[in-house]
Design a protein around this ligand. Structure first.
Ligand code: SAM
Length: 223
């Protein structure tokens, strides 16, 4: 089963499943971005639109893309905000976004499914305006070391979605190599994760070369 096929099947139950990673991601995205405002946002791998609803409230316009027709269909059914448009696109291929069209690019729980990080950072850099921001939230690689893989169960059958391991330094190196500075690097735990490795890793990258801040964590990120 390909990643694309897997997500289209999973789209039927993605929102209803118990999923601490999905829920924590929604929490931390609201915490990090909720008080900010952007003229134009590009969301990569929007899935069923879980974060698109928030982005619609903080962005003048939101362009949300995903390569799973099933996921996009769910997102369209969920979001009726007039400032949001959806498109089918594979972000591993060159993006059709116009250069410097967006001031925020958002990507949540997607890059574990891409083998190569550098092309995504190159395209995000091209798509962002000067001093634009790239917010990235991912399953923490420590969880992958422990065997966690995106997976779902339907009709008693468990299915794993193919994934690739990217270490923390891989994200930083790929981002800096394409002209981003690390503005914030944070690690996050769900309320039920006490004593376990962090569940999520998030970054705010800025187009530019100055390292402004590394390592600040919000209250809910502490184990
Ligand atoms: C775990 S879901 C996360 C969805 C959403 N961002 C969220 O946080 O709920 C991963 C999403 O990434 C999409 N995806 C994975 N690889 C992709 C690619 N190469 N291009 C576009 N979308 C992709 C999948 O179709 C799926 O909707």
């Amino acid at each position: 089963m390909t990643i694309q096929e897997g997500y289209t099947i999973w789209s039927e139950t993605y929102d209803a499943d118990t999923n601490r990673t999905r829920d924590l991601d929604a929490q931390i995205t609201a915490l990090v971005l909720g008080n900010r405002r952007f003229a134009s946002i590009l969301e990569l791998g929007c899935g069923t639109g879980k974060n698109t609803a928030l982005l619609a409230t903080i962005g003048g316009t939101v362009r949300a893309v995903d390569f799973s027709e099933g996921m996009i269909a769910r997102a369209k059914a969920r979001i009726s905000a007039p400032n949001v448009t959806f498109a089918a696109a594979n972000i591993a291929e060159p993006w059709d976004a116009l250069a410097e069209s967006f001031d925020l690019v958002v990507c949540n729980l997607v890059l574990e499914h891409l083998e190569h990080l550098s092309p995504v950072f190159a395209e995000a850099h091209r798509a962002l305006s000067q001093r634009g921001t790239f917010f990235l939230s991912e399953l923490h690689p420590f969880r992958q070391y422990d065997g966690s893989v995106a997976n779902f169960s339907q009709g008693g059958t468990a299915t794993e979605i193919p994934a690739f391991l990217h270490n923390v330094s891989d994200f930083v190196t790929a981002a800096q190599g394409k002209g981003f500075a690390v503005q914030a690097l944070q690690e996050w735990w769900h309320d039920d994760d006490a004593g376990q490795p962090p569940r999520l890793l998030s970054f705010l990258f800025t187009k530019g070369t100055v390292i402004e801040q590394i390592g600040a964590s919000g209250d809910i990120s502490k184990p």
